[in-house]
Design a protein around this ligand. Structure first.
Ligand code: ADE
Length: 274
């Protein structure tokens, strides 16, 4: 059975290192620069994990300026075999309520000022052009196990969901929010792209636990989103993210991941035109 190590990228208000036992902290630097924060290495159950705060625990890095490449590469170089991430988001659908969980399965990319490939032709970076397949950006077996875990905890869970990732840092106008909703998107955030794309380029199976905190700006009978609303809902629900990870990670170790790791690696390698 393949040995595993799980990289956990924690979103705003969801990056508490107390979740790990036997913690050690480590600052690293990659060929693509510095990750958002120190890596916190430790264990959940018997499973080795590495936690990274996406926005930095002290300073708060804006979504456009997060070094997504350094974050993903740092976790890969630390030996992580999987990436499981948390992300706050807005809900674009009436039936997805703040406080529930959405296990993402698709994205729509509305970002425009981010480095979205490791293969950029620059000195010291990966060579060639990477046309990574994106039909299924999220790892299906990881998703299934997450859904099973969330259900077993009696937390209300949507089995799939399309996220629109916007550039931010501003929230959407009502017109934009209604447009995204009319496209059939389920939730909205500022960070899934390019993080998931880069995990795919690195051959790292990736899954995301999305936590709706608000109804964005489309809903006539609700306050539109603001920072206070996001903070308030996250405070109420961040315990759920911890509970899910604590139950989920030990379950991961009971599966033989080798065939899945092999297929993600092979897909990433085949995507590169050298
Ligand atoms: N994060 C939390 N709520 C959000 C929203 N409505 N739009 C974008 N990112 C968010």
């Amino acid at each position: 059975m393949a040995s595993i190590k799980v990289g956990i990228i924690g979103g705003t208000g969801l990056d508490n290192p107390d979740i790990l036992l036997e913690r050690t902290e480590k600052r690293v630097i990659t060929a693509y620069g510095e990750p958002s924060d120190s890596l916190v290495c430790g264990k959940i159950g018997n499973v080795d994990c590495v936690l990274l705060a996406r926005h930095n625990r002290q300073h708060g890095v804006s979504p456009s300026f997060i070094n997504y490449r350094a974050n993903v590469l740092a976790l890969k170089e630390e030996g992580c075999t999987h990436l499981v991430v948390t992300t706050a988001c807005g809900s674009l659908q009436e039936h997805i309520h703040p406080g529930e969980i959405v296990i993402l399965d698709q994205f729509i990319d509305r970002t425009y000022r981010r480095e979205c490939s490791f293969y950029d032709g620059k000195e010291g970076h990966l060579k060639g052009v990477c046309h990574i397949a994106m039909g299924h950006p999220f790892c299906e077996p990881l998703r299934e196990l997450l859904v099973e875990t969330v259900k077993s905890l009696n937390i209300s869970c949507h089995h799939k969901g399309t996220v629109v990732t916007i550039e931010g840092p501003r929230f959407s106008t009502r017109a934009e929010s209604k447009l995204f909703k009319s496209w059939g998107a389920d939730v909205i955030n500022m960070t899934t792209v390019p993080e998931v794309v880069l995990a795919n380029e690195m051959g790292l199976p990736y899954a995301a636990i999305a936590m709706p905190t608000d109804y964005d700006s489309w809903k006539e009978d609700e306050d539109h989103v603001d920072v206070e609303l996001v903070r308030k809902t996250l405070k109420k629900n961040s315990e759920n993210a911890m509970k899910i990870l604590k139950a989920f990670i030990p379950k991961l170790a009971t599966t033989d991941w080798q065939p899945i790791l092999n297929s993600w690696k092979e897909r990433a390698e085949k995507a590169v035109f050298a």
